[in-house]
Design a protein around this ligand. Structure first.
Ligand code: MIC
Ligand code: SF4
Length: 640
């Protein structure tokens, strides 16, 4: 029986367990990446492990999120990350060099290697044939220290692309179609592997758009084969030596099949407030808009912005529309400047932002009150743009650009005449914003600003775990709800005590106060609790507030791991109807918690209602040890 591409890469990296679906396996990690808003915690955790030099083939620290420097906090974080990277053997990508995932594809991604990143969109690397996975900072710190990364051996979904996209339809529409079919919880513990003759027609940056937004499926990752397109891209990046041909065997067996016919695919958009609320652009055509934002790690490549420039050339954006564009990298922006496309963007009235995440994470450019914002990004959760009343639609660069001109949501099919844009034979290469680590790290001084506070640690698991239900929330709660991020809060990513006062406040402004007054307790959630960002802060802030367990109908993968790594019990209802029986303020008790954890079944007593619910705690033996010790760092310190 043949192997899928995913299985081949896993087989090459397997260090613990066997490739049996649904069981826990440990894989060796070749490369890691961090970004600034998760990086400070990850490097503090690495420091706590007392490992002098990273043991990966390459580790990179990018600065791309916290770039609005209103006070000293963000640059203090940059300085800390730069110094700690230099000391411990990590390459440092300076602010302005670009968004981590875009730069990784351009300059560092190697087909067939594994990449672990403290950012949920790390799977972007699947566009160049890597097995690239997003994780919490602590897992990335462990990988830097040479430890394996644990995943559930995934089911493999075959996504069969047939035909060729029409002009005006783009790879963003492909991933929106997959999201429409599979939803934001359809990918948990699955890898989406792209096959079919349609794959041959897609360039690496187009593939990267798809693997990037595969994160919104909740998938472990997504991957494309490494083929002639990959080779051409690597050659053009002057990295021909990194190429290796990779594909699934012809007789590979898949667990699920998803089909997309590129010939008939139409421009699509994800409506507020979820990336899977996908409809055809034609169904909403004419919707009045206020803002268009082009960029993010999904759609900020040279090819994307060349298409935008071609649409905007010689035109003027509509009077009532603001258009902002954040190019994905210094390479992209330099090439647009050199070939004149930048002048076309500026000529049409676009505001050019620096190369970084910017508006995608609410770092500026918040829309107006009740504003309609069209974005080429990957997430449109309520409030993420910085304006709670705004409606954000996710769509392709082509749809965004033509709509900016028309002032209303416009279907690019038939409306735009795009020229043939050929991929460059040679990209503009200048890696002078990537600072290599010191040859000898000992002498390097790590500089920590006053806003950088130690991360909290949970207590070892008690025999009796008790507390109130401090909040009861609905399905699909994101880590943006649990630990909101915006221009005001991002500067405090290194300061959990400060951030904890905002924990879950989009759901209930009184939650932090209530948690503190009661000395901690439980969170009760619905399906897919913790989807979205990998931010470990969504576990660290609850640790600081004394949260002992989260009881949900189901969990998103990265957040569940973050809870376990930090000593919070992730429990699911055996009987989902029990969710409805718990009300805010109920007193909950787990007796004999250690023994119950061992069994993997927990009886939760609701002493207010005099009821008992059966909960599952689906964790491996390795994870049980962490939960008993109060998290991974405590476990390591105890030497067990
Ligand atoms: C995001 O897109 O939500 C982020 C900001 O990149 C996060 C990381 C973070 O919260 O710092 C992610 O995707 O993991
Ligand atoms: Fe940055 Fe947005 Fe990509 Fe997250 S999704 S890495 S905030 S560009």
């Amino acid at each position: 029986m043949g192997l899928t591409l995913t299985e081949k890469i896993i087989k090459d990296h397997l260090v613990v367990g066997e490739m049996v679906k649904g069981t826990e396996i440990g894989i060796r990690i070749d490369q890691t990446l961090t970004q600034d808003s998760t990086g400070t915690m990850a490097y503090m955790q690495l420091e706590a492990m007392e490992v002098p030099r990273v043991k990966t083939k390459r580790s990179l620290a990018y600065i791309d999120h916290n770039m609005l420097q209103e006070g000293p906090e963000n640059m203090d974080d940059h300085r800390y990350i730069q110094s700690v990277a230099k000391k411990h053997g990590v390459y440092f990508s300076k602010p302005g060099n670009g968004i981590c995932h875009q730069v990784e594809i351009e300059r560092f991604g190697v087909p067939g290697q594994t990449l672990l990143g403290s950012d949920s969109h790390t799977p972007t690397g699947g566009g160049i044939g890597m097995l690239a996975i997003g994780a919490g900072g602590l897992d990335v710190a462990v990988a830097m220290a040479g430890g394996e990364y644990y995943i559930t051996m995934p089911e493999i979904v075959k996504v069969e692309l047939t035909g060729r996209l029409r002009k005006g339809v783009s790879s963003k529409d492909i991933i929106l179609e997959v999201l429409r079919q599979c939803t934001v919880k359809g990918g948990v513990n699955k890898v989406f592997e792209y096959t079919g003759d349609g794959v041959d027609t897609l360039t690496v940056p187009e593939r990267a758009t798809i693997t990037n937004m595969g994160a919104e499926l909740g998938a472990t990752t997504s991957v494309f084969p490494s083929d002639a397109m990959t080779e051409a891209f690597l050659k053009a990046q002057n990295r021909a030596e990194d190429f290796v041909a990779l594909a699934a065997d012809a007789d590979a067996v898949y667990d699920q099949v998803v089909k997309v016919d590129l010939n008939t695919l139409e421009p699509l958009t994800a409506c507020p407030h979820s990336p899977d609320k996908v409809v055809k652009v034609s169904e909403l055509e004419g919707l009045k808009i206020n803002q268009v934002a082009i960029g993010s790690c999904t759609n900020s490549s040279w090819l994307d912005l060349m298409k935008v420039a071609a649409i905007l050339k010689g035109k003027t954006i509509a009077e009532d529309v603001q258009l902002v564009i954040a190019p994905g990298s210094k390479q992209v922006l330099t090439m647009l400047a050199e070939n004149g496309a930048l002048a076309d963007l500026l000529g049409a009235g676009a505001r050019i932002l620096e190369c970084g995440c910017g508006p995608c994470i609410g770092m500026g450019q918040a829309p107006c009150t009740d504003g309609v914002s069209l974005r080429t990004f990957n997430r449109n959760f309520k409030g993420r743009s910085g304006t709670v009343s705004a409606d954000v639609y996710l769509l392709s660069p082509e749809t965004a650009a033509i709509s900016a001109v028309e002032g209303v949501l416009t279907n690019p099919l038939g409306k735009v005449e795009l020229p043939d844009i050929e991929m460059p034979k040679a990209f503009r290469i200048n890696d002078n914003a990537v600072i290599p680590p010191a040859a000898e790290g000992e002498a390097v001084e790590v500089i920590k600003g006053p806003n950088i506070k130690p991360f909290p640690l949970a207590n070892p698991l008690a025999d009796q775990v008790e507390g109130k239900a401090l909040i009861v929330v609905e399905d699909n709660i994101t880590t943006d709800h649990i630990m909101p991020s915006n221009a005001k809060l991002l500067p405090y990513r290194s300061n959990i005590p400060y951030l904890s006062d905002y924990c879950l406040t989009p759901c209930d402004p009184d939650f932090p106060k209530r948690a503190k007054e009661n000395g901690g307790g439980f969170i009760v959630g619905g399906q897919n609790y913790g989807q979205g960002s990998s931010r470990e802060h969504a576990a660290l802030a609850p640790v600081y507030l004394g949260i002992k367990g989260v009881i949900a109908k189901s969990f998103a993968r990265i957040h569940k791991n973050n809870l376990i790594n930090n000593g919070i019990l992730p429990m699911t209802f055996e009987n989902p109807e029990d969710y409805d029986k718990i009300t805010l303020g109920d007193d909950l008790v787990i007796e004999d918690a250690k023994a119950q954890l061992e069994k993997g079944k927990i009886l939760l007593k609701n002493t207010t209602k005099n009821e008992t619910y059966t909960l599952d705690i689906d964790v491996s033996e390795r994870q049980k040890k962490m939960l008993l010790a109060g998290g991974l760092i405590n476990l390591m310190r105890s030497g067990k």
